[in-house]
Design a protein around this ligand. Sequence first.
Ligand code: NDP
Length: 344
Amino acid sequence: SRYVTIKHHINGAPKQSDFEVQTVTLSLSLDPGSNDVLVKNLYVSIDPYQLNRMKDYSASQMASKYALAVLPGQAINSYGVGRVVASANPSYIKDDLIVGLIGWEEYTLVRGEDAIMIRKLDTTEFPLSYHVSTLGLSGLTAYGGFFNVCKPKKGETVFVSAASGSVGNIVGQYAKLLGCYVVGCAGTKQKVDLLTDKLGFDAAFNYKETTDLKSTVKRYFPDGIDMYFDNVGGEMLEAAVENMNMFGRVAVCGVISEYTDAKRRAGPNMLDVVYKRITIQGFLAADYMNDFLDFISKTSDHIRNGRMHVIEDISHSLESIPLAFEGLFAGDNIGKKIVQIADI
Ligand code: NDP
């Protein structure tokens, strides 16, 4: 089985040349009683947080300690959809489709003790890739963060950064369905047009075209921001806090602009936070696993009835993973970045 690994730790923006493909031999005969499952990987998720796992801890001040490190030469696990090719686990039989923690590799041997990290996919109502994007962890992140942390009410104002990205586009669509006023920012005209023309955002702007973020954000929120869903950190968080309303809520989902630069940090005006009684709360998708079934049922219904669009950006082949990953930090992706490794 071929797999993608890092050649060395990565500090700064990742490049394709930081990665290589290696090969490992896997046996099709699994130990009876081991509960192991051998999975052929079909679609895998490409996520910004993976970069924080690839850093050199000693050299970096970044948050690598928060996720299991990736070492050079090791396979890199990631969320995805696969098909069972052999099973010593009574819960799975050959040809079952599964979703969960697999990896940037052709086949994943899911050990019995890790079988809790996968689950059977018992519907083929939607394309399989949807279970990596809007019906996968990106969707759960948007759902959990928006509804639990932002605690939105109809008619309130919402600002979303990296809004055409995987999590961002879903947050904006939930917010519109609830009846909020929604503005997103993104890095190209094509992305901005997608937000307003297809996804129903009330407005959107290209943050790369402004030199004064604070006044740009103010222009889009003359009555202030009630909720900011932060995917990028840095100056965007500062500009949002400056424009928050009383009792505003900031859901800190991620700070991608800080992942590639260990010195970059948001410095929001904390006096604003005090006087405006702003809540700033970080969260992880994992916090909302108990909401998973509720999330799947409501979101599937939105998709089924054409109320939500699924925005995906799929490339093909294991070899394309490094380029796909590099592209996240250059803003190449529109919607959820996925690599299809194999046909079913
Ligand atoms: P996206 O699909 O949004 O892809 C990343 C996008 O971020 C790029 O397309 C780019 O879009 C934007 N971006 C890249 N670099 C910068 C920068 N320096 N400044 C501003 N924007 C930048 O990724 P995801 O939706 O998967 O992730 C979005 C955020 O959510 C990340 O911070 C990620 O770590 C976090 N996350 C957190 C989770 C949690 O459990 N808390 C789970 C999943 C994701 P553009 O063209 O707009 O610049």
